[in-house]
Write a protein that binds this ligand. Structure first.
Ligand code: SF4
Ligand code: SF4
Length: 711
């Protein structure tokens, strides 16, 4: 696991009246325990990976309450878990990264939402949208609307988040529908405090099991003809029940302001940024007092028409702050107001950008445009326009002063075992020509950036081999699908391997076996050497592939560039048709270094001998052509001025962060580059033999140096 929450999880034991301090994601976990959940599950992914990580670290605490924890193999499995709430009075929660995880889970979600739920069912999605996002920019909102799942978007404030998590279960039970909560990156990491309540042991759990299954009822199955009646229930009963609950429990918030002829309707998750924009132009303070009335949608679906009409009545114009495309909320508001014959002007997209994150800058410009168009009574616009203009000028000046900053794309970690595989792939293509490469999701997707710039498509997590199926028959050369071990278990084994074998396909599958789902923070998976309990899951990719009937299968150590190069050439040139799988085996270097750091410190404390390998470049031999950098891209491999006054080209240099993975030497050997690289061993706590050897070497070097000087 990327980060340890050992200290923080102790706060999950806090009882009523104690003050809980911490990050938003940790507060959500505490709120779940205060809500009496019976089961939790999920699949990791930013920005909610930590939710699952915290739950794993808190397994003792949640175990005492009888709460079951499932680390699912994908999001579909997590969504299907909520099926327990369909027929039983069990509260359950699952989590994943959206939009991609919601795509994977959508089949189970439809089948959950149609019969509806008895016990509260909550789905916490990490809304990975905006400048820091790593997925396709789409909105979870569409899924909520199509399946009649209520969507919460809490104001980033710990008491508000905790309150909404608790209310989410009640909303789900009151309306018999599942509820989603979108947690934006900022809501996950906002820090603050709230007054804790006691944790609640679930009414039913593995400590207090339910005696037997429910009475058989066909109406509770998502299966025709029951589905026809369920569609009616969703619209005619569950939706009004949800709207009534939202209204009576005041899940949305109103903040009054003296500029009563205008207003802002804002998604809960954007409240803090909106308040900041108002504060910049003197229309609010940072404590929440705003001159512009605000209607904060902590529930973004469904909208409550009574609240909306109440807010808009008597206003000449309202700004709708809704991030992303399409403008579902703005469209619905326009329709609802027309139905109530309210003529309030709705402004939103147009003042604000149609796409992209609503940063402080975007909101500030949008607010100024809105105020200019709305023209509120009693407000002098000139100072506001002036402030926005000054901010814009200052930003432009700052950008000009900084100049064109070099782009800094994400890259493999120093010593990553996946980098050498792409070095080999690069060398292979140099020799036998370029081929179609189906990239996939995971750390290996960093190869799409320089210096590798590899990958002709990315179609989803674990989808690379499946996406190569349409390419392979139409290309002269075999395509290569790259997949991580995480992607393999997520769905690549079925959508890719089984499908390829079933269809008698051809092609090459390169599986990066690094032992963890590394890109999401090093969680365990079926082929990890241990699981979260420290026992071996006993599942192997190699054994699975053999059992499925893969005949051409090689496992190669990731760092052995020459062997990998030969194996790749073999796979590409083989006359034998059929799927060829190469497993590139090498532990995630980040995880390895974290593990080694502890072991090494303990060794040093015990006074034991410790060897650390380092690589270096001999300045005198380096020709300065930098092929090594182009072929490896390691961040520890850089340039320095040439110490030879007669040569101007900078020489390659290995810096202190080198972890001694050996790729430099391997690449130099495989690419027949140059003999500049040397390997050195740093020995701490040397033994007697090390000291003798050192004296001997020093003596020989002195003698040679002396001879050379004399000559
Ligand atoms: S986290 Fe591990 S697998 Fe991912 S880039 Fe870093 S070393 Fe490589
Ligand atoms: S040996 Fe080379 S490739 Fe490996 S970490 Fe050191 S500089 Fe980077």
């Amino acid at each position: 696991m990327e980060r340890s929450f050992k200290k923080e999880v102790e706060a999950l034991r806090l009882g009523a009246g104690a003050t809980f301090r911490g990050e938003g994601i940790l507060a959500v976990t505490k709120a779940l325990l205060q809500s009496g959940v019976s089961y939790v599950g999920g699949y990791q992914g930013a920005p909610v990976s930590h939710l699952l990580d915290v739950l794993i670290e808190a397994e003792d605490i949640i175990g005492e309450l009888g709460v079951h924890l499932e680390t699912c193999t994908n999001e579909a499995a997590a969504a299907a878990m909520l099926g327990a709430s369909i027929n039983y009075p069990l509260r359950g929660v699952v989590t994943w990264k959206s939009i991609v995880g919601t795509n994977v889970a959508s089949d189970a979600l439809s089948n959950l939402a149609s019969p509806g739920v008895m016990g509260g069912a909550l789905i916490i999605v990490g809304e990975d949208y905006g400048e820091g996002a790593s997925v396709i920019q789409e909105r979870t909102h569409a899924f909520a609307m199509k399946s009649s799942i209520w969507l919460l978007d809490p104001r980033p404030d710990l008491p508000a988040i905790v309150h909404l998590v608790e209310k989410a279960f009640e909303l789900s039970e009151a309306s018999h529908a599942p509820v989603m909560m979108e947690l934006r990156i900022r809501a996950c990491h906002v820090t603050g405090a709230f007054t804790a309540k006691d944790n609640v042991a679930p009414a039913h759990s593995r400590l207090k099991p339910i005696a037997g299954p429910p009475r058989f009822s066909y109406e509770r199955l998502a299966h025709p003809p029951a589905t026809f009646a369920q569609e009616r229930l969703k619209v005619e009963e569950r939706l009004p029940a949800a709207q009534a609950f939202i209204r009576t429990q005041r899940l949305n918030e109103f903040f009054a302001g003296d500029l009563a002829d205008i207003g802002v309707i804002v998604q809960g998750g954007l409240y803090n940024s909106m308040l900041r924009a108002l504060e910049r132009v003197g229309l609010a303070d940072i404590f929440g007092a705003s001159r512009v009335p605000l209607y904060v949608l902590n529930v973004v679906y469904p909208l409550v028409s009574e609240e909306l009409t109440q807010f808009c009545t008597g206003k000449r114009a309202v700004l709708v702050v809704e991030e992303g495309h399409p403008d579902y909320i703005e469209q619905q508001i326009n329709v609802l107001l027309r139905r109530h014959d309210l003529q309030t002007r709705i402004l939103g997209k147009g003042c604000l950008p149609a796409t992209g994150e609503y940063t402080a800058e975007a909101l500030l410009s949008g607010l100024a445009a809105f105020l200019e168009q709305a023209g509120p009574e009693g407000l002098a616009l000139a100072p506001i326009v002036d402030t926005v203009g000054r901010v814009t000028v200052a930003r432009r000046a700052a950008a000009a002063a900084l100049g064109d900053l070099p782009p800094r794309p994400p890259n493999f970690c120093t010593g990553c075992p996946e980098r050498p595989v792409f070095s080999a792939l690069k060398l292979m293509q140099r020799e036998i020509g370029p081929t179609h490469i189906s990239a996939d999701i995971g750390c290996h997707s960093f190869a799409t950036f320089a210096p590798f710039s590899m990958g002709n498509s990315i179609l989803g997590y674990g989808m690379s081999l499946a996406s190569a199926a349409g390419v392979a028959p139409n290309l002269a050369r075999r395509p290569i699908a790259v997949m991580g071990d995480g992607g393999f278990w997520h769905n690549g084994v079925i959508t890719g391997v089984a499908s390829n074998l079933f269809n008698g396909g051809d092609g090459v599958l390169l599986i990066m076996q690094n032992g963890y789902t590394s890109a999401t923070g090093q969680q365990f998976m079926p082929s990890s050497t241990t699981n979260r309990r420290g026992t071996a899951p006993g599942m192997s990719i190699e054994a699975t592939l053999k059992a499925m009937g893969v005949r051409w299968l090689r496992t190669v150590r990731s760092y052995s560039v020459s062997v990998m190069l030969a194996t790749l050439k073999d796979a590409m040139r083989s006359a034998e048709r059929g799927l060829k799988v190469i497993i590139a085996d090498g532990e995630c270097q980040l995880a390895r270094q974290r593990r080694l750091r502890v072991e090494e410190r303990q060794k040093l404390e015990r006074g034991e001998r410790l060897i650390k390998t380092r690589y270096g470049v001999d300045d005198e031999i380096c020709t300065g052509d930098h092929s090594c950098i182009r072929l490896s891209g390691c961040p520890s491999l850089t340039l320095k001025p040439n110490p030879d006054p007669l040569r101007s080209d900078p020489v390659a240099s290995v810096i202190e962060s080198c972890v001694g993975c050996g790729l430099c030497g391997e690449v130099a050997h495989a690419a027949v580059l140059c003999p500049s690289f040397y390997r050195a061993e740093l020995i701490r706590n040397p033994n007697g033999w090390d000291r003798v050897l050192h004296r001997l070497r020093r003596g020989i070097i002195k003698r040679i140096a002396g001879t050379a000087t004399a000559a």
